[in-house]
Write a protein that binds this ligand. Structure first.
Ligand SMILES: CC(C)(COP(=O)(O)OP(=O)(O)OC[C@H]1O[C@@H](n2cnc3c(N)ncnc32)[C@H](O)[C@@H]1OP(=O)(O)O)[C@@H](O)C(=O)NCCC(=O)NCCS
Length: 323
């Protein structure tokens, strides 16, 4: 069975910067946002779509991988903010980057989306069906944010992309462990705009097309479920936490990450974050932080990278990559 390795990475964030001071008018403040969440600023789109950011990230990932668009067999795009309900945003990316040969589809697992998409891409490689897979996480939560509420502080827009390829070498993604629990769907949701509550002037005026979040439930779910999943995936790989070179997690809040790291005994220096600059870019977080880490750090053969995510659904999971 072939293994799936990372051949290249790329990311793309909008130019427009929104600092924490912007949120004073909705009753929040810079000190609270920095202390509780670890966010200093975030990027927001100014006319770009989710597929624009995704295509920018994909083009950068192609360059880093040294591949042409025509080399890509499959595009799997994780997003909760698609350009349109139909067709898939991945198809728009396929057209924008000229990957005419690629099959393209979307995955919806919100903040765990990139991890779920990575596991999907790996399955296609390991089964031998495809050789080169573009995995993208891209979101523009600014489109589903109620800017009159103070929970508008949490998210930013951005996209990251990862080119996976097949190898016979003894390295690559070793194991994924994924979970879902639909009983938690009210903990983070966009209530209207689907067939359950179709769009009406009333739903629009009530702001039901924007996300609603129970912050405490997100915190409890993340810190309650992710540590055990990390321990389980490590065990399945015959590893301990001391074998981990670094963790590239989803970026919900600095306190959640500190608590997860504490519970699994991972030194904080091994946790990579960028939420100070980008906030929570949902599907974008893991591929963006991977791109930054991949380009700025040296990895040696045999180094193990831990991935972990939690998102609406609930959805959560962890994975181990061997360099
Ligand atoms: C949101 C979160 C920081 C709230 O922390 P908490 O300690 O449970 O906060 P509480 O709701 O009890 O509120 C604590 C204080 O902060 C204030 N507060 C809440 N939201 C605020 C905001 N956006 N700006 C400023 N102050 C805020 C509250 O009014 C309260 O003030 P008080 O102590 O004077 O009454 C925490 O639950 C969390 O990190 N949740 C995860 C959220 C997340 O990651 N979301 C991303 C989605 S994946």
């Amino acid at each position: 069975m072939p293994n799936a390795i990372i051949l290249g990475t790329g990311s793309c964030v909008p130019d427009k910067v929104l600092s924490n001071h912007h949120f004073e008018k909705v009753g929040s403040n810079d000190a609270w946002i920095q202390q509780r969440l670890g966010i200093k600023e975030r990027r927001v789109v100014d006319g770009q779509t989710t597929s624009d950011l995704a295509a920018g990230a994909a083009e950068n990932a192609l360059k880093s991988a040294g591949l042409l668009p025509s080399d890509i067999d499959l595009i799997v795009l994780a997003t909760a903010t698609p350009d349109r309900p139909a067709p898939a945003t991945a198809c728009a990316v396929q057209e924008k980057i000229g990957a005419t040969k690629a099959v393209a589809f979307d995955i919806s697992a919100v903040c765990s989306g990139a991890l779920f998409a990575l596991s999907t891409g790996c399955q296609y490689i390991q089964s031998g069906m495809y050789k080169n897979v573009m995995v993208i996480g891209a979101d523009t939560f600014s489109n589903i944010t109620d800017w009159n509420r103070r929970d508008s502080v949490f998210f930013g827009d951005g996209a990251g992309a990862i080119v996976l390829t097949a190898t016979e070498e003894d390295r690559g993604f070793l194991k994924f462990e994924l979970h879902s629990d639909g009983s938690g769907k009210e903990g983070f949701t966009v209530p209207a705009g689907g067939c359950e509550i179709p769009t009406t002037p009333d739903t629009l005026s009530q702001g039901l097309h924007c996300f609603q979040m129970d912050g405490k439930a997100v915190f409890e779910t993340a810190t309650g479920h992710v540590p055990g999943t990390i321990e389980s995936v490590l065990k399945q790989c015959g590893l301990s936490i001391g074998d981990i070179h670094c963790m590239l997690p989803h970026q919900p809040s600095i306190r959640i990450l500190e608590e997860i790291a504490r519970r699994v005994n991972l030194p904080w220096e091994k946790v990579r974050t960028n939420m100070d600059r980008y906030a929570n870019t949902s599907g974008g977080t893991i591929p963006i932080v991977l791109d930054e880490t991949w380009r700025s750090e040296t990895f040696h053969p045999g180094d193990h990278i831990l991935f972990a995510a939690v998102g609406a659904g609930w959805t959560w999971g962890a994975a181990i990559y061997k360099c």
